[in-house]
Design a protein around this ligand. Sequence first.
Ligand code: BEZ
Ligand code: FE
Length: 289
Amino acid sequence: MRTVTKDTITQAFLGYMAPDTDPRLREVLTSLARHLHAFVKETNLTHAEWEKGIEMLEWAGEISDTERHEMILLSDLLGISSLVDMVNMVPGGTSSSVLGPFHISGAPEIPIGFDMKRHFPGEVLLATGVIKNAAGTPIEGARIDIWQTAPNGLYSSQDPEQDTYSFHGIQTTGADGRYAFTTVKPVSYEVPTDGPGGALLDATGRHAWRPSHLHFIVKANGYRTLVSEIFADDDPYLDEDAVFGVREDLVMQYAEHPAGTFPAEGFELSGKVDGPWLKAEFDLVLTPG
Ligand code: BEZ
Ligand code: FE
């Protein structure tokens, strides 16, 4: 097409694709081009605005490394990550939620009853539940990869005071399908604001807070991998999560237990918890796949 106009450019772009282009790639790119071109026309995007957008993406690239994933953060803050989750959700199981940029591979295997809290200050939380299928049958050999922040609201990769794998661990379920560990009560925290993600929040008068949560990835043979998180029902940011990750079925209530009632056996902390403690009982339902 020699003369391209604003009315023909989308068709011209689509016509450039080779006939043997992968069909799914063709489908995704066709839709992407249609929406992006329509967006430019609808907003009458100026050169200065286009440049600003490019600068934001370049900044995201510069600030990112193997531990800092600013492009993921931008996707999270724009609601794209959560939408990808929602369109891929399979009914019948626990809802999925955002992975976020702070999962690290290679976390240590931790036994059932392990204590992740160690010397950190804060309330002891006993987190437990059964990993099961939709019929309620416990899944043996499921692997749950757990991570959360320390009480200062920082993940280990953000905090030079923490060990690499502090508040990270992987448990494998036995025949009862149960995971169980102690940790510190999760806190609300702000997502990083020193990059383009923060600039986006600033420019639109948004805050950076996420409601307190525990992250997990559950893998089991014959089941779809579940990437999700659980939230506490009393968190002030539950209805305004900066990254849109909260789903009704992922909200749980802590049960408060008085001093002297911590389980006498089965936990690394058995016999060592003098004060009151909290319990989160949360079953995770996997779907076949
Ligand atoms: C997180 O929960 O770790 C997280 C998710 C999205 C953006 C930043 C952090
Ligand atoms: Fe998080």
